[in-house]
Write a protein that binds this ligand. Structure first.
Ligand SMILES: [Cu+2]
Length: 312
């Protein structure tokens, strides 16, 4: 069986009640250099993107699936670009090489390891290419499906934290952290935080008592994330999203640059509550890395399901 992902979202078979056979999945990404809105006020920055989005399209496959991948560097771009899939094993000088504007590159890999992985541009200077928005997420769902060690969640959200630099910052400045102005979640500072940004219109939602699963990827180029759910405790955390790497009852989890974690949160079931999901490094939190999760009766039925696990 072959599936095709052209653009936005690849939702694989809604997970996996039982072991299932591998599929071949076609993925095509286009590199687009364009101006994009980076906050709730509508500020635009010149960005470099996969498919015109920051983060790039969410890819989701099952462990064992074969990905037939193709990347095209649009002929109108000014720079060479590439892709580095952390979910794959390759030759960095071959599959991950830079391609010039107007050129394409194809390769095939199988998703051997379960978890949540970043993909990003690896072209020189990586500091500039990543911090201009060239990153995204691939979720590789475990082939065993859900289990006692990796229970089925009621909702899922993907959160990707990236940098915001002053638009004119050079590659060298970015590398050294100069010109850094903030952190963004899924492409915008304070994306889901109307408490700290009156222009914000979105929040994350769940019903009281639900198990909410976060697929978190740190796409910042220099800094780790100290991820903490204010007014909550991480029920379970899986390092890299591998069901074998489980920890229980954690407060703050350090997530390295270019690393991912899967974290479950369960709110009290007998009352409405709110959580603020923060990067507890105050420099990051107060410059954009706070997201509000509202747990209330009558929460949106759509958010946290289907294509609303990564809210644009
Ligand atoms: Cu690039």
């Amino acid at each position: 069986m072959k599936k095709m992902i052209a653009a936005s979202l690849l939702t694989s078979a809604a997970l996996i009640a039982s072991p299932s056979f591998a599929e071949t999945v076609e993925v095509k990404l286009n590199v687009v250099e364009k101006d994009l809105v980076i906050d709730n006020a509508g500020t635009k920055h010149p960005m470099w993107t996969y498919n015109g989005q920051v983060p790039g399209p969410l890819l989701r496959v099952k462990q064992g699936d074969v990905i037939e991948f193709s990347i095209t560097n649009d002929a109108t771009n000014k720079n060479s670009h590439s892709i580095d899939f952390h979910a794959s094993r390759f030759d960095v000088l071959d599959e991950f090489e830079s391609i010039k504007p107007g050129h394409s590159k194809d390769f095939t890999f199988s998703a051997d390891y379960p978890g949540v992985f970043i993909y990003h541009c690896g072209s020189d200077s990586m500091a500039e290419h990543i911090s201009r928005g060239m990153y995204g997420v691939i979720i590789v769902d475990p082939k065993e499906g859900y289990s006692e060690d990796y229970p089925k969640p009621d909702r899922e959200y993907v959160l990707v934290q990236g940098d915001v630099f002053e638009p004119g910052s050079s590659a060298d400045q970015r590398k050294n952290g100069e010109g850094w102005v903030g952190a963004m979640i899924n492409g915008k500072q304070f994306h889901y935080d109307p408490v700290h940004d009156s222009n914000a219109t979105q929040t994350l939602e769940s019903e009281p008592g639900e198990r909410v699963r976060f697929f978190f990827v740190n796409a910042m180029i220099n800094d780790a994330v100290a991820f903490h759910p204010i007014a909550g405790i991480w029920e379970q955390v899986w390092d890299n999203g591998n069901p074998k790497n489980v920890s229980w009852g954690l407060q703050t989890v350090e997530i390295a640059p270019a690393h991912g974690m899967v974290l479950d949160l369960i709110s009290p079931k007998d009352r409405d509550t709110n959580n603020a999901l923060v990067d507890h490094r105050m420099k990051h939190a107060l410059n954009g890395a706070i997201s509000v999760l509202m747990n209330y009766k009558g929460a949106s039925k759509e958010k946290g399901h289907g294509d609303q696990i990564l809210l644009r």
